[in-house]
Design a protein. Structure first.
Length: 289
């Protein structure tokens, strides 16, 4: 039965990615005020709250029960490492550049599907792969002695995210999306706890509020993305997720006074084009935050 509200999917997607950009902007604003372990713990632990609230409102508390904790634990571990790399990339690069590089994960999905799932890869897809990585090189602007460390962190995050998207293809056949999101955040928070204890430093009331918003905002963004997927296919949602770059540029210019070079803009354009083309081919949506 066709969706009677076809605009709902793109709307949910736009709202969801706005939450992710706000989370990334808070992390950027806090700079190195706290270790990444502290920010990650709050990002994941508070992200469970929107999931629990969703289960309570929908009367689906039974989603807490799961048959396979190991597979969720694996996803939590991968997500923890991926977001650590993403946060470091956000701290070291202009927000819009870090967010754009994260979209190269759509290209990694094509690459991993070719290697691990033995899917075919046409000349057109190889062109998209090369185009995407060319965009990364333009943003990195390497010289004979230097390559932006933030770019390397961003690529590492995108590669892990690409693997997680492939992993999600299998998980989504057995588990509810909110259940996946809940255990993803729960296990990531648990695995982050020992590092949090080791690097603990006092947190002011003001910063505690912002760190809580990082988690709640990330969890809420995921709920909106899941709702978007219920109303529209990935092919219709893919363009909306790239509004993250528009929001990120606005934050860069308004709050962080970042100077984005023309070369970086060209690189961002190549990554966007490559990412959209790869996303439409794989019929999946990539997101981080």
């Amino acid at each position: 039965m066709p969706d009677s509200h076809p605009w709902l999917g793109p709307l949910y997607m736009t709202v969801g990615v706005f939450f992710f950009v706000c989370v990334n902007a808070i992390i950027k604003a806090m700079d190195h005020s706290y270790p990444s372990e502290t920010i990650l713990f709050f990002r994941f632990s508070f992200a469970t709250l929107p999931c629990i609230l969703y289960m309570l409102i929908r009367g689906q508390v039974n989603l807490i029960a799961t048959k396979n904790l190991k597979i969720h634990a694996l996803r939590g571990t991968l997500g923890l490492v991926s977001l650590f790399f993403l946060f470091e990339s956000i701290r070291l690069l202009p927000l819009s550049e870090a967010v754009t590089i994260s979209f190269i994960s759509a290209v990694f999905v094509t690459l991993f599907a070719l290697v691990f799932l033995k899917e075919s890869c046409s000349l057109r897809q190889w062109f998209y792969l090369i185009l995407g990585f060319s965009g990364v090189i333009l943003i990195a602007q390497p010289d004979q002695s230097n390559l932006k460390l933030g770019v390397l962190y961003g690529l590492g995050s995108a590669a892990i995210e690409g693997g997680m998207i492939i992993h999600t293809r299998f998980l989504s056949r057995q588990y509810h999306p909110v259940q996946i999101a809940f255990y993803y955040a729960l296990f990531a928070a648990l695995f982050c706890t020992p590092f949090l204890i080791q690097s603990w430093s006092p947190i002011s009331t003001r910063d505690l509020l912002f760190l809580s918003l990082v988690g709640i905002g990330g969890g809420t963004g995921q709920i909106f993305l899941f709702k978007a997927a219920q109303h529209a296919p990935g092919s219709k949602l893919a363009p909306m997720i790239y509004t993250q770059i528009i929001w990120s540029l606005l934050f860069d210019w308004t709050f962080f006074y970042a100077n984005i070079s023309t070369t970086a803009f060209v690189g961002m354009g190549l990554i966007i084009f490559s990412g959209i083309a790869s996303t439409l081919k794989n019929k999946t949506v990539s997101f981080q935050g």
